[in-house]
Design a protein around this ligand. Structure first.
Ligand code: ASP
Length: 332
């Protein structure tokens, strides 16, 4: 009896430590955590284009590759697709007709790289990774980022496809900046992966809000807002109205909530409730915005939550490959 109890506590402690439980919630968790089995590898990512992106990431994960390589390869899929109109090549332009990209990447060691307002280079995520690995800095912007990318051999390309140019010209007739919740005049691919070795990494890339002001930066390239990874706890990434995500330091908040013991979905929900609270405090209409978070903890448990219906995320593991509708706050 004694030995069993000792063994039980040891198992529970390991489970608790793996997701960073602190002493005060340990007791509460041990009653349920006896049989926790880690799901790995696993990859999750935002929106429908996450399905194909996950497939590319999975090729790496299933061959015992690193989460960092997987998330980079994964998000490069929509970046290279001219028909995905909110990411990379084909992304919608700013109000001056210029496509500018934001991206960031973070690995299990806390290495980070970020690029903002990058023009004429489609793989913003790889530029972010090169900034992480080859410079003494963590973030480069605009012309400097472009020059750096060229020096690293990234090819220059025109990212404005015909369909986007046509839409922009139509938009110019009224020039009314109005991001629409869920409609793809924005959207970001954010991807989180846990590899065979139990390491987490994340990547996030977007062309931001269509017809944004020139120079506007959203949450997606901001570590802590659009993406955060803590290899002891878990990882989170965001999509939707970047201004609202930045306001609550969204992804870092989700990870901190998981550190306090919340499951991924509950952590995402709590972060969304902060968005809701600040919208209400500022007398803003919640219906006008969408914010969605996805999160993955160290055990491979995942979850998501968003402000209003319409946000979905893709998951791939050894046994699952699906698109899941995220639960949401605003029931109308
Ligand atoms: N979060 C992105 C931005 O604000 C857009 C999106 O994900 O919908 O630029």
């Amino acid at each position: 009896m004694k030995t069993n109890r000792k063994q039980f506590i040891k198992t529970s402690l390991l489970a608790g430590t793996a997701i960073g439980m602190n002493a005060c919630n340990f007791d509460h968790k041990t009653t349920q955590s006896k049989t926790i089995v880690s799901t790995k590898p696993i990859v999750i990512s935002t929106w429908r284009f996450g399905i194909q992106a996950n497939e590319a990431a999975w090729e790496i994960l299933k061959n015992k590759g690193k989460a960092l390589d997987a998330v980079e390869a994964g998000v490069k899929v929509p970046e290279a697709d001219p028909n995905e109109r909110s990411v990379g090549l084909g992304g919608r332009p700013d109000r001056d007709g210029i496509v500018s990209l934001d991206a960031c990447i973070m690995d299990e060691l806390g290495n980070i790289g970020s690029v903002v307002c990058l023009e004429n280079i489609k793989h913003a995520i790889s530029v972010a990774r090169a900034i992480m690995e080859k410079t003494p800095h963590v973030m480069l912007a605009g012309e400097g980022a472009y020059q750096f990318a060229i020096s690293q051999g990234f090819p220059r390309e025109n990212l404005l496809v015909e369909a986007s140019e046509k839409e922009w010209k139509e938009w110019l007739l009224h020039s009314n900046y109005k991001p629409i919740a869920n409609i793809e005049n924005h959207d970001t691919i954010g991807m989180l992966a846990l590899d065979e070795f139990g390491n987490l990494s994340g990547a996030c890339t977007t062309s931001g809000m269509a017809f944004k002001m020139r120079g506007r930066v959203g949450d997606s390239p901001i570590i802590g807002a659009g993406l955060y990874v803590d290899n002891e706890i878990g990882a989170a990434t965001a999509t939707g109205h970047g201004e609202e995500v930045i306001r609550i330091a969204g992804s870092a908040l989700v990870v901190e909530l998981m550190r306090q013991g919340l499951k991924p979905e509950a952590a995402c929900k709590e972060a969304v409730m902060r968005v809701v609270k600040l919208m209400e405090r500022r007398n803003k209409n919640l219906k006008d915005i969408q914010v969605g978070f996805i999160a993955l903890n160290k055990l491979g448990e995942h979850g998501a939550y968003c402000v209003q219906s319409g946000f979905n995320f893709a998951i791939q593991t050894n046994s699952r490959k699906e698109l899941i509708d995220a639960p949401y706050y605003l029931k109308v």
